[in-house]
Write a protein that binds this ligand. Sequence first.
Ligand code: ZN
Length: 339
Amino acid sequence: MHVHMVGNGREGSGGWLRLSRWHGWLASFMVKQLGLPANSLQGNLEARYAEVLRQFVRESSLDAVVLLAHERVHEADGTLRADLGSMFVPNDVVLGLAKQHPEFLAGVAIHPARPDALDELDRCVAEGAVLMKCLPNCQNIAVSDVRYRPFWQRMADYRLPLLAHTGGEHTVPVINAAFADPKLLRLPLECGVTVIAAHCGTSSGVFDRDYFVDWVKMLGEFPNLYGDISAMVSLNRCSHLLDCLGDEIAPRILHGSDFPVPVLGHRLRLQGVLDQQSFRRIQKLQNPLERDWQFKQALGFTDEISTRVTALLRLPDDCESGGVPSHSKTQATEEPGLQ
Ligand SMILES: [Zn+2]
């Protein structure tokens, strides 16, 4: 449910990748983790990346992943700030890949201040979008700005869920740190949008504010609020992972990987929540999607965290009626295990 598409637009997609020294180092590390050649960041990254990712999905326990576009930074008045941000993955890239490959479902990205936001939303839904993703703190989105009400209402009408980044962020540059607060997701929730708070508001670095408790409080108020545990099998974002197994919280948890963010179980092992045998067996799995999934299973998360999202996504007709997509790896009697 939370897998990033990455590309540099070399083949004319219109996307771009612009990396500072720190983000360039991070990107090179991620490229290496994927087994891609070191010069991939300069070559046709989109095709190579999509192919490697498809292979990972096919060889994992998952049937399909929601592949995310990445929006550009905009001012509140809708002005595009092409000088800010580190990457742009146009919606057509993920919509196109989802049409070609059953391993991918399209997660589009639209800044609600864009002058064409509603038209783009209509177009993306018609083209098969299953959710909309944004990073309010990195794309400068004051989610509860009343000017965006028509946009959230249209999303609610379409039953298109919103996956919104919450908590700190260190993989893409932050424009407005205050927008990491899940309490700012109130307006789309009130409009009836299913909102998934990515990372459950957890902090990413030692100096970030942690909003996990704020997010938990909101669960009581909004039955349409969820959280994903993407990037939480890591060195920096794992502190609340076990809290997500609690009786009150677990029914609102969805599985996401945040691929290509590395999956590292070392800190969980040091904390003693993973036994040495499981840690060694799972950490050496070459497939990062499978490694992430197996770590979560070893910690006690059930299959429901991956299947629950099936009822929330705006899936094509063959899934909406409870049918199982033709590519499903699960038995016909089970729900498809989507991520
Ligand atoms: Zn992410």
